[in-house]
Ligand binder design. Sequence first.
Ligand code: GSH
Length: 212
Amino acid sequence: MPKVYGAILSPYVRKVLLVLEAKGVAYENEQVFPGALPEGYTDVSPLGKIPALSDGDFNLSDSTVINEYLEERYPEPSLMPTSVEARAEARWLEEFADTALVEALLVPFFQRVVAPMRGLETNEEAIAKAEAGSIPKALDYVETVVNGAEFLADGKLSIADIAMVSPFINAEIGGYKLDASRWPKTAAYVAFVRSQEVVQKREAEEKALLGG
Ligand SMILES: N[C@@H](CCC(=O)N[C@@H](CS)C(=O)NCC(=O)O)C(=O)O
């Protein structure tokens, strides 16, 4: 059975868990937290990051690489769109979500959730700066690529939807309120993907962990 290493609230770990769950693959999860890595963890994840995956004696790290492996190892249901162009677009959106979107939307989560866990004070100035700069910049772009309450490609859930929605979940946990009047298509899109059964189930597990 595949084993996923990582804390389930990480946007990258969530991507991998959602892919496994959407494909109906049973897996184990070992909670691994950045900054408190178990001994020997770099054998599984050379950069010491989460997530990592073990499948038998095969180890792999990086959420995108892991999800590509899972797509090939467990092809049904496919989480890649059909056309070459749509597949390329999905990969781009995953890359955008993993970089600019995570960097922007994770600021409130890091400051209000992770920092206190590490005994650090919340830096409200850093949140205000992100809310005035990197967050609107990223969301202005998202607003141009989503079409409201529908999947990004082929009318079905794909890796692009999974990657895009993941950091929005962290943002909400971090107390960020998405302004639906400024980004109406984005708000409808995020609500639609989050209403999918597989995402609801994942979020329920996260809420239980957070004590809600
Ligand atoms: N590109 C990597 C990014 C993984 C990543 O940065 N994970 C964070 C936690 S959300 C981490 O492990 N940070 C610790 C570190 O960078 O040392 C992926 O998609 O898996």
